[in-house]
Write a protein that binds this ligand. Structure first.
Ligand code: GDP
Ligand code: MN
Length: 383
């Protein structure tokens, strides 16, 4: 689960990190009042659960309360990467001398947590990592000892900070690590952590991704969920009991089992396609869950081909077939649908599909190849 910048800032401020004061507004009038209360130049920031708000025009400086109201009027209602802005954060503006990236991430390769930092902050860290990997500093954190002072200090010096600022940097890095652990996060990021022109550090952006599987341990965090601001398809998928992650490609995949879903995405890529999503319908999915999955993919305009990859065990092929056929009866579509169906009740599943004019293949490679080949017949940006 993603939380908003203002929510993540609150968590970090609560742990003593230097976060500029700020409040959330839903109207230009409220933005004006907040700016008046703060009594200083402000920055008005779209609160949406996607990055790159600055580039999209969702972060604007305001010299006066009137100005803050005007900027809020510009930003509220704006669309950023398909999401409508409903709230803005009005925060004390700072004068920036330089911008640092600081993040605590899950490092699957080392099976641990890592602190990452770069003196090239402000921009997306993935971009920095691609173009100049040597500018990204990294340190593995021992899960039992936590982030040690010396490690944070080393990173601080590596960033080129003055000794005085290194001293201020250490508790910030440790505080961010603390937030990460306490909240069961999978990501905690300050981008940018800025050096102000007056020589202080300030965390002016904050991002946290919380591990959904740990939310039952944190009712206070679960209540931060902003369903209206989430990707509507992901919200719909969660409600239907599906694990779904939207991706950038054009082949929509419906698969039973997370491992098989990963393998399916790999095979799609192997044959030159790009998956439009990760989607796991789970074990023993009934027709309704299959229907929900297919419904989500058919309503996604970037999906040009649907690929089912079902390896029936607890999941029954006939149930899957019923889900597919039932959905197509309600949602007519011209999109090619490629089905790989093997395992429990396979023959019955094939019979149900055949009645509806669909043929299932037995081989995963054939299915992926077929899905990629079918792309040729479907134009991009279908209505
Ligand atoms: P993001 O684009 O979604 O990551 O939003 P950020 O909160 O990181 O803001 C984007 C950029 O706006 C930052 O990298 C800064 O350059 C700029 N910015 C944000 N807040 C301030 C501020 O208080 N003062 C100044 N001068 N620039 C700011
Ligand atoms: Mn940022």
């Amino acid at each position: 689960m993603n939380i908003h910048e203002y929510q993540a800032r609150r968590i970090l401020a609560g742990l003593g990190l230097p976060v500029p004061r700020g409040e959330v507004a839903a109207t230009p009038e409220q933005a004006r009042e907040i700016a008046e209360r703060l009594g200083v130049p402000t920055v008005v920031k779209a609160q949406v659960l996607v990055g790159g708000r600055g580039k999209a025009g969702g972060v604007k400086l305001a010299a006066s309360p009137d100005d803050a109201a005007a900027r809020a009027r510009d930003i509220l209602g704006m669309q950023i990467r398909g999401i409508t802005v409903r709230q803005v954060l009005v925060s004390e503006a700072v004068d920036i001398a330089s911008e640092i990236y600081l993040g605590i991430v899950l490092d699957r390769a080392s099976r641990g947590v890592a602190l990452m930092a770069s003196a090239e902050g402000g921009v997306e860290i993935e971009e920095v990592a691609r173009q100049s990997p040597d500018k990204v500093l990294r340190v593995a954190v021992d899960p039992f000892l936590g982030l040690a002072d010396y490690q944070a200090r080393e990173i601080g010096f590596g960033l080129g900070l003055e000794p005085g600022l290194v001293r201020d940097f250490v508790p910030i890095a440790r505080g961010l690590y603390d937030a990460f652990v306490r909240c069961d996060a999978s990501l905690a990021e300050i981008n940018p952590l800025v050096v102000t022109t007056s020589g202080h550090l300030a965390a002016i952006d904050a991002k946290m991704v919380l591990d959904d599987n740990a939310l039952p341990r944190h009712p206070e965090l679960e209540s931060l969920r902003d369903a209206a601001a989430e990707n509507p398809d992901e919200a719909r998928a969660r409600a239907a009991g599906l694990s779904y992650v939207k991706l950038d490609g054009s082949i929509g995949c419906v698969v039973n089992g997370a491992g098989l879903a990963m393998a399916t995405m790999d095979v799609v890529k192997l044959y030159g396609g790009e998956p439009a999503n990760f989607l796991d319908i789970g074990g023993g999915a009934r027709a309704e869950r299959v229907a929900a999955a297919l419904g989500i993919l058919l309503s996604d305009p970037s999906v040009r081909v649907v690929l089912f990859n079902i390896f029936g065990g607890i999941t029954r092929c006939d149930e899957v077939a019923r889900g597919i056929v039932g959905t197509l009866r309600e949602l007519a579509t011209d999109l090619p649908i490629v089905v790989r169906l093997v395992g429990t009740n396979e023959a019955e599943g094939r019979r149900i599909l055949a009645e509806a004019g669909l043929v299932a293949v037995a081989d995963m490679d054939d299915a992926a190849r077929g899905a990629v080949a079918a792309l040729g017949g479907v134009p991009e940006g279908r209505p």
